[in-house]
Design a protein around this ligand. Structure first.
Ligand code: ME8
Length: 515
């Protein structure tokens, strides 16, 4: 049944260029968005950039720029890369947009009016890279490292405004208990539950010593804490409290995607802010793992970035999209290595998919003049081998849908690969090159090639959310209109490929790369 589907990525800090880590979440969100469009859902996919806070001020200073100049230079880098990677977001939000700032200010005022904001003294440590108060560390101790990222903190002693999050401890805990799928995967849910069971503390939500952010309503000396500001993008981005906004239609969000490092902000602080405002909570917060290099998280602060364009220039966009979602089960960590990438590229994409397409289409091109033959209904033209292939095709739908419902992207791809493997086995079993030598087998040969082409059409339906450029190309080579809208489940039904289509082999989809 058609529904609305609202998916978000984190809004990335606009202090340096996007890398494979940020591309990971964005590609995952894109696959979900594309998949839900195939299902006929009304999809809203939100991404953007987080542009306030001390971290931006610091990065701008280092470059000799004003914070606004820095973010104005970097936000487009994200949008450009997402266009290059085929990311079909519906809205790119920047937290320096006036509409977002107005939303933050109004939301803050609402919590103040509800008695959930009070003035206090913050004495303790602040981690600039994480933009968070390290309240857990005892104040006055000799500079503790951040308990999240392990980097150096700064001592702060200032008058701040606090959000009375402690008030929501019980409700938050009850919510987590009653909604087992609210935080996923379970390992993250357990961590969050354990912490919430110990009770929530109030959180400082303003900074007096900073002037790069949204001014606090009622006390202009303060700017609102950047995380409070950033989290609100999920509602400001759909026009919360705006004339003509889509908030009523789209909220609550279906999935907030992110990596595990920022799950606390999304699974606890954000829900408490929403509880305080009397708004429904998002349906799911899904925290995936980290891409590492030599066991260390890939991050701008470590300077061990891998830039997507360095990969896509050599291997193509779809190869990167595929690798990111195939190599490591979503939720776990993985090491980004050239060897692993090359193996996936040459074996999965090159052999299993690319060669299959080339082989089959070449046979149609050379033996049938590029005109797709019809499957014969004559006795003996279709037998157990065809039945096995058709069964493999019919077997994709259930595991694929279940896997994507659970964000097991790798398992969804594996379900399609079962079909590709079956098609490759089919080629080896029926040996079209042998059939081609015997004129009496012409109908059988035509039947075999039509079966293979139909299996490829189906693979290109299922793979469309993952490999949009390749699937478009496969459709074009099959003589289909590459941009005709696809619908699930209708287009996944066996037998829709019309005989007689003009087929062409084209260039190799994934030409082999040696080391
Ligand atoms: O945290 N592996 O922004 P950010 C996997 N502005 N994912 C990674 C990754 C890696 N090595 N590195 C980055 C912020 N990511 C805040 C968010 S939201 C209201 C505010 C991805 O630029 C992953 O999604 O540090 C992670 O959560 C996000 O980038 C952090 O991006």
């Amino acid at each position: 049944m058609a529904a609305t589907f609202y998916v978000s990525t984190p809004i990335y800090y606009a202090n340096s260029e996007p890398h494979v880590g940020t591309a990971y979440t964005t590609v995952a969100a894109d696959v979900l968005a594309r998949y839900h469009r195939l299902l006929g859902d009304t999809v809203f996919f939100l991404t953007g950039t987080d542009e306030h806070g001390q971290k931006m001020v610091k990065a701008a200073k280092e470059k000799g720029l004003a914070p606004k100049q820095l973010v104005d230079a970097l936000a487009p880098k994200f949008a450009e890369l997402w266009a290059h990677l085929g990311i079909t977001y519906d809205r790119f939000i920047r937290t320096t947009e006036p509409a977002h700032e107005a939303c933050v200010s109004a939301f803050f005022a609402r919590l103040m009016a509800g008695g959930d904001i009070y003035k206090g003294l913050y004495k303790g440590w602040y981690c600039v890279p994480c933009e968070r108060y390290v309240a857990e560390a005892a104040p006055g101790r000799h500079q503790p490292p951040c308990d999240m990222c392990n980097r150096a903190t700064e001592y702060l002693e200032e008058e701040n405004y606090f959000f009375r999050m402690s008030k929501y401890s019980e409700r938050m805990l009850a919510y987590l208990r009653e909604h087992p799928s609210f935080v996923q995967p379970d390992s993250r849910r357990n961590e969050v539950m354990n912490r919430v069971e110990q009770g929530l503390t109030d959180v400082s939500v303003s900074r007096a010593a900073l002037d790069w952010g949204v001014r606090m309503p009622g006390d202009e000396k303060h700017v609102i804490w950047v995380w409070f500001d950033a989290l609100l993008n999920y509602v400001s981005g759909i026009g919360y409290a705006e004339e003509g906004g889509r908030f009523a239609e789209l909220w609550p969000a279906d999935i907030h995607l992110m990596a595990k490092d920022i799950v606390w902000f999304h699974a606890v602080i954000w829900p408490c802010m929403l509880l305080a405002a009397g708004l429904p909570l998002p349906r799911q917060v899904w925290a995936h793992g980290w891409w590492n290099m030599n066991g260390e998280k890939i991050s701008k602060s470590k300077g061990n970035m891998i830039y997507p364009r360095d990969i896509t220039e050599r291997f193509g966009v779809d190869a990167l999209r595929y690798f990111l979602l195939r190599e490591v089960p979503f939720g776990g960590d993985g090491d980004f290595t050239h060897a692993a990438f090359l193996a996936r590229f040459n074996n999965d994409l090159g052999n299993d998919l690319g060669n299959l397409v080339s082989r089959v289409l070449k046979m149609v091109e050379t033996w049938f003049g590029g005109k797709l033959p019809a499957p014969s209904t004559a006795a003996g033209a279709s037998g157990p081998a065809e039945e096995t292939l058709r069964a493999a095709a019919a077997g994709v739908a259930a595991p694929y849908a279940k896997a994507l419902a659970e964000l097991r992207f790798s398992a969804a791809l594996e379900a399609v690969w079962e079909l590709l493997r079956a098609a490759n086995t089919y080629v080896d079993t029926v040996k079209p090159w042998v059939l081609n030598k015997d004129p009496a087998q012409r109908e059988r040969l035509g039947t075999a090639l039509w079966h293979l082409a139909e299996a490829m059409r189906l693979a290109a339906v299922w793979l469309d959310p993952f490999l949009p450029f390749t699937c478009r190309e496969i459709r074009a080579r099959l003589g289909l209109s590459p941009d005709a809208p696809i619908r699930l489940p209708e287009d996944a039904a066996w037998g829709r490929l019309a005989p007689g289509l003009p087929v062409r082999k084209g260039e190799s989809l994934f030409p082999r790369v040696e080391a």
